[in-house]
Ligand binder design. Structure first.
Ligand code: 3BY
Ligand code: FES
Length: 434
């Protein structure tokens, strides 16, 4: 199918208008001739038109991680998310569900809600006070001497939302892909026991990385660079991504220690009835997901220098602090670390071809008391440092991609998840442009 302004959904027309047929043909060719096992060609990281296409094909069509219920615990609580050309209200409803509403007033298009988060009853546009229900229906639009008009034609536009095990996802497509439900069934048994409904936000960090969103995701999908994360290396065994076959001689001792800790973790999980198997469906039809349980070094409890717990309260009904980390990766924009004492969620929101917001949120048990049960600085130290180091890495890559001397480079074996992420992306982009 030709992607033109006339056959795109009405909401997409203006947005697509910047991409000429010639450019689309060029993108089609680049996608068709993508060199397997290599990084993408530079325009995928630098070109504003390709960024627009990413926003249509990926962020406009697929399920995207929005936030956790801890960020919107009560009816009327909301967060606003701005990414690419979109502005979205994620609003908790009275029945515990979530409404996904385009934050674009039906009068003259102003942003309706302007705060990053808050609590609201009706949604009132600040410009001329058009007032919408939490479902987005226009309920009030009066002006002196104005004729009445059919308000039902001017509801705020809606997207789709779902909450799975306390994680909120949204989809802006008219017909959302149903395979995500399968993905949800896969991760629910892993996430469920942490009972995110009974957590609270201990801290949230928003950082802008001067890099394309795919470089941010690629960086997360490998630990080949993890020597660059000294704080994280205290808790992760420095054997991440290696196997019996690939372990170098100088790491054999650590490998043995790691194997023992991993066997003990498996034993504990099986005893407590927690799912243990690695899930790896990285670029198949069902969503793109990876889950693994990994033992942590030292005390094996948390992301602290000695592996000890960072919050004294266990999450949910978890029976033991020594549960290592359950690490979950979802395409296209999220990853999670689920521990016995806290959870860290990461959401990636593209801003432009070379700017990306990375939102990291630390959740602890809702009855954990700051200063008594946990210390925010200690809780957040490892991932704050790691995020800054990652920001630096991806920004260096972005700078490289902008050089005329950039050439696609080969992914190593330990970077197979990067290749899988790129395959997932390329497959969906090809489907979109036909
Ligand atoms: O998320 C992780 O587990 C690690 C940290 C840095 C890259 N990534 C695979
Ligand atoms: Fe929202 Fe006028 S633009 S009320």
């Amino acid at each position: 199918m030709q992607l033109t302004a006339t056959n795109l959904a009405p909401t997409m027309k203006g947005f697509a208008a910047g991409i000429t047929e010639e450019r689309l043909d060029e993108f089609r060719l680049r996608l068709e001739s993508r060199r397997t096992g290599f990084s993408l060609e530079a325009p995928f990281y630098t070109d504003p038109h390709l960024f627009n296409l990413d926003m249509q094909a990926i962020f406009g069509q697929h399920w995207v991680f929005a936030c956790s219920v801890a960020e919107i615990p009560e009816p009327g609580d909301y967060v606003t998310l701005d990414y690419g050309p979109y502005s979205i209200i994620v609003l908790r409803t009275d029945d515990g569900g979530v409404n996904i509403i385009h934050n674009v007033c039906r009068h003259r298009g102003a942003r309706v809600l302007t705060e990053l988060k808050g609590t609201t009853g009706n949604l009132v546009c600040g410009y001329h006070s058009w007032t919408y229900s939490p479902e987005g229906e226009l309920i009030h639009a009066s002006a002196p001497g104005e004729m009445s008009f059919d308000k039902s034609c001017y509801s705020l536009k809606r997207g789709h939302g779902t909450i799975i095990s306390g994680l909120v996802f949204l989809c802006l497509a008219e017909e959302p892909p149903t395979d995500f439900l399968e993905t949800g069934k896969i991760f629910a048994p892993y996430v469920g026991p942490h009972e995110l409904e009974k957590t609270k936000v201990a801290y949230q960090q928003n950082i802008i990385e001067e890099a394309n969103w795919k470089l941010v995701m690629e960086n997360n999908r490998e630990c080949y660079h993890c020597d660059g994360h000294p704080e994280l290396a205290c808790s992760l065994f420095p054997t991440w991504g290696l196997t019996d076959e690939t372990i170098p001689p100088h790491l054999e001792d650590v490998w043995d220690r790691n194997q023992q800790a991993q066997a003990a973790l498996e034993f504990r999980c099986r005893r407590y009835g927690l799912p243990y198997e690695v899930v790896e469906e990285l670029d198949t039809r069902i969503g793109g997901i990876r889950i693994s349980r990994e033992s942590l070094d030292g005390q094996g409890e948390s992301f602290s220098p000695d592996g000890r717990r960072l919050s004294k309260k266990l999450l949910g009904d978890l029976p033991d602090f020594r549960l290592g980390r359950c690490s979950m990766h979802l395409q296209p924009n999220s990853w999670f670390h689920l521990l016995s004492d806290h959870v860290v969620t990461f959401a990636v929101f593209p801003i432009s071809a070379n700017r990306t917001l990375v939102r990291t949120t630390w959740l602890v048990a809702d009855d954990a008391e700051e200063g008594v049960d946990y210390d925010v600085d200690a809780l957040t130290h490892t991932w704050k440092q790691t995020n800054l180091q990652d920001k630096n890495f991806v920004e260096l890559c972005q700078q490289g991609a902008e050089s005329p001397f950039y050439e696609q480079g080969p992914y190593m074996k330990s970077e197979y998840q990067v290749e899988a992420f790129i395959n997932w992306y390329v497959t969906r982009m090809r489907e979109h442009v036909g």
